[in-house]
Design a protein around this ligand. Structure first.
Ligand SMILES: Cc1ncc(C[n+]2csc(CCOP(=O)(O)OP(=O)(O)O)c2C)c(N)n1
Ligand SMILES: [Mg+2]
Length: 908
């Protein structure tokens, strides 16, 4: 051989005849391949990898960059000879799966038969049934597995399948199945989608808003590591499984954080991507191959990827495919073409897929029935088991398993692989019969018209098998079982220092909040449970002292000496660090909030997340995730910093939030506060801890804090501590009674956040310059006042024969004299929404409109929320009620220097 090479090497290739060149190429290739075979046989796969890597380097050094290929051939990752033996009883498992398929389909069809338009999905679960069943029978560990218990994010649109399984398990009566999507019937109903609020013993994770489940699962797996590394949770084999739709990967939330999972080496995270190649309208990627595309993305991000594209029957053909013709044909076929074979079956596959003499030869003796068995990998339990097994054994990185399935599998002409299948909710009797025959279900022709649910006898082999498997694996899933112990709040005097004020020292509410947080971090019981979460804004909010004090969590500790090591407050990362420094991702931070805020339910750990961020990038950017926190019964504190449209001065236009408090209204169990003073925050934090962790109410808190420095006052002396706490918590209390007594003119000013200072200044001007006796109230929460007033109103409506109750806000203001004027750094709708609950009309000042780049003073003038505008509004209100001449108001306008022709800050 060497002689041949020597001879050939001396040749000038350009002089060779084509035939000679071909022979040379062939010889070269053979040489290389033989060497490789030798290395593989003697040194094994690892040695081959080493050599190939070195070769690549070598070529690169000589100016030959090898194009990086992020995808592997379009065949299964796990070769047949590496598939483990299936540990279960395939036959009985198939019968169970078929029963679940039937009941899942029947519950949707029946629901829509009984009342049209009730909705539901058949095709999603039909495509994923075997994936889930292999998981339920062999992998998913239930709550009784302790530290090995898994958390599973189920695909929301597959919910009929889980209900159908739970029905077989005896967890739901048949009435519940009949009331799928009918939760307001006499009998128990079933929620359309995973909803922990509505089914708190069952669902843990709301997944139906696409992208949120996958994103949350990454941070869930990381949070689990955090708890283990910090000694708050025993280490175990518990994993996070997330089932993801292939269409769902279009959502930026789905793939946007996958590298975070790789960076944190989350081998406790397994994603099962159900690539049925379709979404709602049609193919996910008809002109390409979604599996290949996703493989590249996951591999590029550092994930372990397992592809399960082809079922076992294809192995027979691949074994005979010596020259790679079949593998190349796979590569050539786009998903849109592939969908046709699933829709039209064996004849189409025979004619169109096997489209060359070589390919036709592979199936020359095959009948259509043989060809029909050429299944996709995600319907083959043996392949699924092999993939799951490999995923749980994999170490060092997260795993994505890409399963190829058929959307609407088994639905036949009612929808199988049809573009309309996602929304197919109705099957006629013939289609039901076809379904029954295909899955060999014991339902008679007479029964079938009634859409019956089928559950075998209690001691049938199927039910015994199913129950045994779940018992072995730690109990039923889905299951949500909160198990944390109630925890007393810090003692009443723990935050006493904040009740005293700052003695004239000017500090912002942000600084006050951070001091409160630091105090809590030092608390014996609570300190370790606090989880500060920041999206690269710790310095913005003056929290950098915490870096050193409690450390930043890193799964690998700190592999470098930080540049500021000499500093007292250096950037300290450690394995038992407490801060979750998420980088610039509010969505990721919120996902951490979700994980920490539900740790009481998922791990029995009373973690207390404090997520501190620019208030502008909360509700309007990640509102759906905040909604999910409400739905998930998450507990904790969202802290919106640099809050208010005018409070962050200067170039902070992009951060000028004057509406997050409006956006906080829709989330039912969210309590939203816009405090003005340090002692209010102290009261609210302690109350939050009491309510959420002692009383175990599934609420969470939103606090806005500002960056304007001012002297923090002591708690007002005219109120008892009890009355003050009640007012702060319920949303309103009298902060400073009028100084002027026996006046003819009276006003009540309502201030919030840092606009409270403008209200106080306005009161001074009103009293001194216009002889108006002015009380100043602090409104800590318009939402709290509004919600309570609605509750009272509703009670009165439903109990017309009882003495009507009075809303808290009306009671507080009942005896207050004169006009009501409210000002905040938020939209006017907040005070306006209270109008009908008040004893008299209210004038609302607020910051509706886009922000501006300006200084605080100019901004407050522009938005008409400064002391001068509050004075003007008060005088105008007094004129309107007839207590003042309009000319006095016009004169005052001049005195106050307000331009009547200034532009309206609200453009439309
Ligand atoms: C944020 C969001 N947008 C849109 C929808 C509506 N929707 C529900 S299911 C679906 C298609 C899902 O396709 P895929 O992720 O491939 O799941 P499959 O049902 O195919 O398993 C869509 C668009 C949604 N639930 N959430
Ligand atoms: Mg899909």
């Amino acid at each position: 051989m060497t002689d041949v090479l020597d001879e050939l090497l001396n040749l000038d290739r350009s002089q060779l005849e084509p035939d000679e060149l071909r022979r040379l190429n062939e010889t070269e290739l053979r040489e290389w391949l033989e060497s490789l075979d030798y290395v593989l046989a003697s040194g094994g796969a690892d040695r081959v990898k080493d050599i190939l890597q070195m070769l690549e380097h070598h070529a690169y050094k000589h100016g030959v960059p090898i194009p990086y290929n992020v995808t592997t051939p379009y065949i299964n990752t796990i070769p047949v000879d590496e598939q483990p033996e299936y540990p279960g009883d395939l036959e009985i498992e198939e019968r169970i799966t078929n029963l679940i398929r039937w009941n899942a389909m029947a519950m949707v069809v029946r629901a829509n038969k009984v009342s049209s338009g009730i909705g539901g999905h058949i095709a999603t679960y039909a495509s994923a049934a075997t994936l889930y069943e292999v998981g339920f029978n062999h992998f998913f560990h239930g709550p009784k597995a302790g530290a090995d218990a898994d958390l599973v994010y189920f695909q929301g649109h597959a919910s009929p399948g889980f209900y159908a399984r739970s029905f077989l398990e005896g967890r739901f009566p048949v009435e519940a199945m009949r009331n799928f999507r009918r939760e307001l019937q006499d009998e128990p109903g079933l929620s359309s989608y995973p909803h922990p609020w509505l089914m708190p013993d069952y669902w843990s994770f709301p997944t139906v808003s696409m992208g949120i489940g996958p994103l949350a699962s990454i941070y869930q797996a990381r949070f689990r590591r955090y708890l283990e590394d910090r000694g708050l949770l025993p280490g175990g084999n518990g994993r996070v499984w997330a089932f993801v739709g292939d269409g769902e990967t279009d959502e930026v939330e789905t793939l946007g954080a996958i590298r975070i999972a790789a960076r944190n080496q989350l081998d406790n995270l397994i994603w099962v991507v159900n690539c049925n190649l379709q979404r709602l309208d049609g193919p996910v990627y008809g002109n390409g191959k979604i599996i290949q595309e996703l493989e590249g993305i996951f591999r590029g991000a550092g994930w372990n990827v397992i592809k399960v594209a082809w079922g076992s029957k294809w192995d027979e053909l691949l074994a005979r495919d010596h020259d790679g013709t079949l593998a190349r044909r796979f590569e050539e076929m786009v998903d849109g073409e592939s969908q046709r074979y699933a829709a039209f079956g064996a004849p189409e596959l025979r004619d169109r897929f096997f489209n060359t003499p070589e390919l036709k030869k592979l199936i020359e003796d095959w009948t259509d029935a043989d060809i029909a068995q050429l299944n996709r990998g995600g319907h083959d339990p043996v392949k699924i088991y092999a993939a799951f097994q490999r995923a749980v054994q994999h170490e060092g990185s997260p795993t994505a398993i890409l399963f190829r399935t058929v959307k609407g599998y088994g639905m036949g002409d009612a929808g199988e692989a049809q573009n309309v299948t996602h929304q197919q909710k109705k099957l006629d009797v013939d289609q039901m019969r076809a379904f029954r025959d295909r899955f060999e279900l014991p339902v008679s022709d007479e029964e079938i018209t009634k859409y019956p649910f089928f559950r075998p006898e209690e001691d049938s082999p199927e039910l015994r098998y199913l129950l045994e498997r779940r018992e072995e694996l730690g109990g039923f899933l889905p299951a949500r079982s909160p198990k944390s112990e109630p925890l007393d709040p810090p003692p009443a005097d723990a935050f006493e220092e904040f009740m005293q004020g700052t003695d004239g020292r000017e500090v912002s509410t942000t600084m006050a909040f951070v001091s409160i947080l630091r105090k809590l971090l030092r608390d014996e019981a609570w300190g370790k449970l606090v989880v500060p979460i920041v999206p690269d804004e710790a310095r913005t909010f003056g929290m950098e002292a915490l870096f050193r004090q409690i450390g930043i969590y890193s799964s690998v500790g700190q592999l470098y000496e930080p540049v500021d090591r000499e500093n007292l407050l250096y950037y300290k990362e450690s394995r038992d660090g407490q801060i979750l420094e998420e980088g610039i991702t509010e969505a990721g931070s919120m996902a951490s909030f979700l994980a920490a805020g539900t740790a009481y339910a998922n791990y029995g750990v009373n973690a207390v997340p404090f997520f501190i961020y620019y208030s502008m990038f909360g509700f309007q950017r990640i509102g759906d995730m905040i909604w999910a926190a409400g739905d998930s019964r998450a507990r904790g504190f969202l802290v919106g910093g640099t809050a208010g449209r005018t409070t962050l001065a200067g170039e902070g236009l992009q951060h000028q939030d004057g509406h997050s408090h409006v956006l906080a209204y829709p989330v039912p169990n969210l309590l939203a506060y816009d405090p003005s003073f340090a002692y209010e925050i102290a009261i609210l934090v302690r109350e939050g801890l009491r309510r959420m962790y002692q009383q175990q109410d599934d609420v969470f808190y939103y606090l806005t804090v500002g960056n304007e420095n001012y002297a923090q006052p002591a708690a007002p002396a005219h109120l008892s501590r009890e009355a003050l706490e009640e007012g702060v918590i319920k949303g309103l209390y009298l902060f400073r009674p009028a100084g002027r007594k026996r006046s003819k003119l009276h006003a009540q000013l309502l201030g919030s956040g840092s606009i409270m200072n403008e209200a106080l200044e306005a009161a001074r001007i009103l009293e001194e310059d216009y002889k108006v006796a002015t009380d100043v109230w602090s409104v800590t929460s318009y939402k709290a006042l509004h919600v309570e007033a609605l509750e009272v109103e509703r009670h009165n409506r439903l109990h017309p024969d009882e003495e009507p109750l009075e809303p808290f806000v009306a009671r507080q203001l009942r005896d207050a004299k004169g006009v009501l004027v409210a000002a905040s750094d938020y939209m006017k709708i907040l005070p306006d929404a209270l109008a009908r609950h008040l004893p008299k009309g209210i004038v609302a000042l607020g910051t509706d409109g886009f922000g501006r780049s300006e200084a605080r003073e100019e901004l407050r003038d522009f938005f008409e929320v400064d002391a001068r505008h509050i004075v003007l509004a008060t005088l105008q209100a007094l004129a309107q009620e007839g207590s003042l001449e309009p000319s006095v108001v016009a004169k005052a306008r001049g005195e106050l220097g307000i331009d009547p022709d200034k532009p309206n800050p609200f453009v439309y």
